[in-house]
Design a protein around this ligand. Sequence first.
Ligand SMILES: [Zn+2]
Length: 541
Amino acid sequence: MKKTASALALPWQAALISVALAASGGLAGAQPAQTSPPTAQRGLPSLGDAGEMTPLLERKLGDVIIGDFYRDPDYLDDPVLSEYVNGIMRALLAGARAGGDLPPELDEGYAWQVLIGRDSAINAFSLPGGYFGLYTGMIGIVNSRDELAAVMAHELGHVTQRHVARMIGQQSRQAPLLLGALLAGIIAATRNPAAGAAMLVGGQAAGIQQQLNYSRDMEREADRIGYDIDTQAGFAPNGFAAMFEAMQKAQRLTDSDDWPYLRSHPLTVQRIADMRQRQGVANGSPASDPQTLLIAARARVLSRPGVDTLRQWAYAPQSPGFAQQPALQRATALYTAAMAQAQLHDLARAQRNAADLAPLVADDPRAARQARLLQADLALQAGQPQRVLALLPEAPQGAADDPPGKANPPGPADRPRSQAGRPELLLRAQALLATGDAAQAASSLQSWLADHPRDAGVWQQLAAVWAAQGQTLRNLRAEGQARLAQMDLQGAIDRFRAAQDYSRQHPGGSADLIEASIIDTRMRETQAALRQQKKDEEQWK
Ligand SMILES: [Zn+2]
């Protein structure tokens, strides 16, 4: 119960909650529909159907909500997990595009970003505007890309079918509401999650819980569309049923209330039967793939399982009979142990386990890469930057990556990639900085940003490089860009203003003049964006 209450208080879930709140009387009660219709007063149409919630409006709403997600302490900016889940999402988008399931208006106008929440609950959800949330708990139970792809395809199905907009439309027909009241409710609840939770506790919790969920028809539609997208993208067709079966099995084993996804998807048994039928002979589970087993282990450790569990994982490789276990099982245990030991600050032991892991996955390029990234990460934490550079000699290529928010995905059936990507970029930059080669660190980060200008994590790393070099102006600009990429417009403006002040007090050479003029431009753009956002919100009130 406690878990449920705290989960409801998180902005991660607040968007859908507050849609329900607004529709079920929280806001409507304050403005009874019988009295002077606010519609006429405000000059806004009352909401009839999804059509009035345009994709542009949905994206704007998503941008506002996502700004709060980025600032949530449970937002997890892990380059390895982020690359993995966003790679799957891009493969799904390519499948949707190929199968005609992705209207160009949404394709071009939506953000298509997956954000990860550090939470052991098994949950995944979609938000307005093409943003998705995925908890580490969900990543932690998968054995193959196909399984995670199934859940993400289902969520993508909700988005391509515009279920949020349709849900708002349907509920507002039952109790006519202003579009503005709904959006204000969503924004208020995401800005002040505690208030949203208090309103829930206040009364109609059961009714709200019910309205939180998409309708059964919407769930069936998301299954159907999601299944098409999933298979068009080349993922194994039995991933869908396998994933729901895995969730049910895990739920029986754990006996906890960490299962919001199953709560919001109660048709599981019927759905599994339907899916199995649709798939005909494709019974069983997709083969587990070594990379995913390591990724899932990483997600489990990063879910903050508590010190006792970390200790248990840390010493698992020393247990009797370990050497007789299958190689893949040992590899997963060693990765888990190394991650857990790093969390427990026993880096020497962590590095030994990571070294033992490497030969076990050497014949699988993706898993071998994950093992190498783990070794490099541990070396960096242990203060061995030269070792990081020896492990990751390759300079990342902008085109060969899976960064958040970019097209051009590797399909699930593509050749295993050994090329360096974003995790390598960030680890190498930190190692270069530590060895005193800040110039090379800056140049690799800058060339990445030329291709991925909205990559907040890389901007933040660049800011650290500039700070270490005493480049205050550039540091402030990079920090401002990082805020901007996370939809923190006011935060960005504050940084750009600090940069302008600094520039006035410290007139420098021509390089600084160019930098100052870029900062002026960014400042103007960001101020205009913030004015527009305030204007939109004013209209939504
Ligand atoms: Zn669903």
